[in-house]
Design a protein around this ligand. Sequence first.
Ligand SMILES: [Zn+2]
Length: 353
Amino acid sequence: MTLDMDLLKKLVETPSPSGFEGRIRGIVREEMAKVAQKVKVDLHGNIMGVINPQAPMRVMMAGHCDEIGLMVKYIDDNGFVYFSAIGGVDPGVLDGQRVSILTKEGPIQGVIGKKPIHLMEDDERGKPLKIHQLWIDIGASKGEDAKALVSPGDPVVIDVCLVSLLNDLVVARGLDDRIGTFVVLEVLKRAVQLPLKVALYAVATVQEELGLRGARTSAFSIDPQVGIAIDVGFATDYPDVDKKRVGEIKLGAGPILHRGANINPVLSNFMEEKAKEKDILFQLAGEPRATGTDANAIQITRGGVATALVSVPNRYMHTPVEVVSLKDVERAIDLIVETVASLDPQMDFTPLE
Ligand SMILES: [Zn+2]
């Protein structure tokens, strides 16, 4: 299988901070419309496409299309722009970055400045700044000029594009979770060629980074019996991460299947068996708590949904240099295609004694 790299690049390079997914919505919608029998955007902004909707069992795939970012809070009299975080931003990776302020009139370029090391006192050196100590410089010479262009509430993203590294690795901002949106779209395109026995809903959920909010509304309206969330998962194959605490997950060794209370054991065992039968590499991760993914919101919708989580191993999550392996992406698509192809409305996902 060859991946549609043009689509991946387009998805990843279109900024889409939580609450501001409008730019990516058109791309996702157009892609879904190529194969789905029906495509809908709900009032919350979730984009959903369905194939085989008349089948009695509904399967919902969710790949969130939002990403973390920044938001303009205040512009001072000199034209410097202050901001806070949208979602789990690490302030330690912000200074020295180029950014794009997404104003109503279009993007404005800026930089997150910092005092030169030469001018720092000894005790300031090497000390990370708090987010409110940082500012964006757009080159304005006075407050009025900046205020004419930028408004409180404008979202901001770090300005980087998708590039390739060795060994089929790619790096970008926001692969969490555009890679999940991409997987959902590619599975839908392949599944449309199969004799499916279930209704398959592909959903690009919104506002995951703010508390799984889009998964909650979309799962309620779809009312699925089976849910599969696709997100990124922590790789631990780089220096400075403790495998004893996080587990052993490698890039290029296959998607992660999770086990624990957030995951329906009948569904996850079924997926593990499918992977073995079809020779698809995968890795296991233990989740003693509810996960911080759409799988959590989907599982506890209405009377409960049989939910699984497939993650693409990811280095440096929530930084501008998130890294994933394209081989893992391919295998995640293969595994979900094989799973939905063999789901049957007669199956019972009630956890056994
Ligand atoms: Zn995510």
